[in-house]
Design a protein around this ligand. Structure first.
Ligand SMILES: *Cc1c(COP(=O)(O)O)cnc(C)c1O
Length: 232
């Protein structure tokens, strides 16, 4: 994928986001695009940056550690994958937002290490909305049972929820999982007396449905940078 293709793809994705927002009577500025660069080189990051992109997503700590120092400064990096507990210390200083916090144990580790190292991580709680065994994330009932414990972790700033829909042949089939995350957010806000601003949902294949259901962050890789050789 050359630089001008990346710029074109990015413009097309932004336009689709804006159209989906308007169709849902939302403002396009309510939706932030996270450009997912996993498996792609620093040159791809630079090309997207030159086309105006500022927020980038990575899903592996080792890969991000190697890549981010080779990328232009002044960008925001989001961690979108499953964070292994033994990688927390390395990951904390690198990322502006952690999308995939998927257990109380991980949140407790992040809180403790953030205290030791002087960080204030901003996080999203990942919910397994499909019930698939292969997916990470809190089960909805566990989230309600553990929200008080999560809110009691003083170093963590919980900004919202994140989910991954199952791979479906049609994007429209992903929509019920996005609706479920939005409903969970509303119920959790009432139950815990909190306000959660962010809903991270929607990838290349299903982001239009996610925007209709209220996504505030969409995580898009393939539609901008092309197919990846590594599947995950
Ligand atoms: C890879 C990945 C994406 C981007 O997927 P595309 O289908 O390439 O847009 C989004 N979210 C997560 C958590 C990912 O791992």
């Amino acid at each position: 994928m050359n630089d001008s293709q990346i710029a074109e793809n990015l413009a097309a994705v932004r336009e689709q986001i804006a159209q989906a927002a308007r169709a849902a009577a939302r403002k396009p500025e309510e939706i932030e695009l996270v450009a997912v660069t996993k498996t792609h080189p620093p040159a791809a990051v630079r090309a997207a940056m030159e086309a105006g992109q500022r927020i980038f997503g990575e899903s592996r700590v080792q890969e991000a550690l190697a890549k981010i120092p080779l990328c232009p400064g002044g960008l925001k990096w989001h961690f979108i994958g499953h964070l292994q507990r033994n990688k927390v210390r390395k990951a904390l200083p690198m990322f502006d937002l952690f999308h995939g916090v998927d257990s109380l144990e991980l949140a407790e580790d992040m809180n403790r290490i953030a205290e030791e190292e002087g960080h204030r991580p901003r996080i999203l709680l990942e919910v397994n909305t499909s019930g698939e065994a292969s997916k990470f994330g809190f089960k909805p009932e566990a989230l309600f049972a553990q929200i008080e414990d999560l809110l009691a972790l003083p170093r963590l700033e919980i900004l919202g929820l994140m989910t991954m829909a199952p791979l479906t042949p049609k994007p429209e089939m992903a929509r019920p999982y996005f609706a479920k995350l939005r409903e969970l957010k509303e119920r959790l806000e009432k139950a815990a007396g909190i306000c959660l601003k962010e809903l991270s949902m929607g990838m290349s294949g299903d982001f239009l449905a996610a925007i209709q259901e209220g996504a505030t962050l969409v995580r898009i890789g393939t539609a901008i940078f092309g197919e990846r050789s590594r599947k995950e």
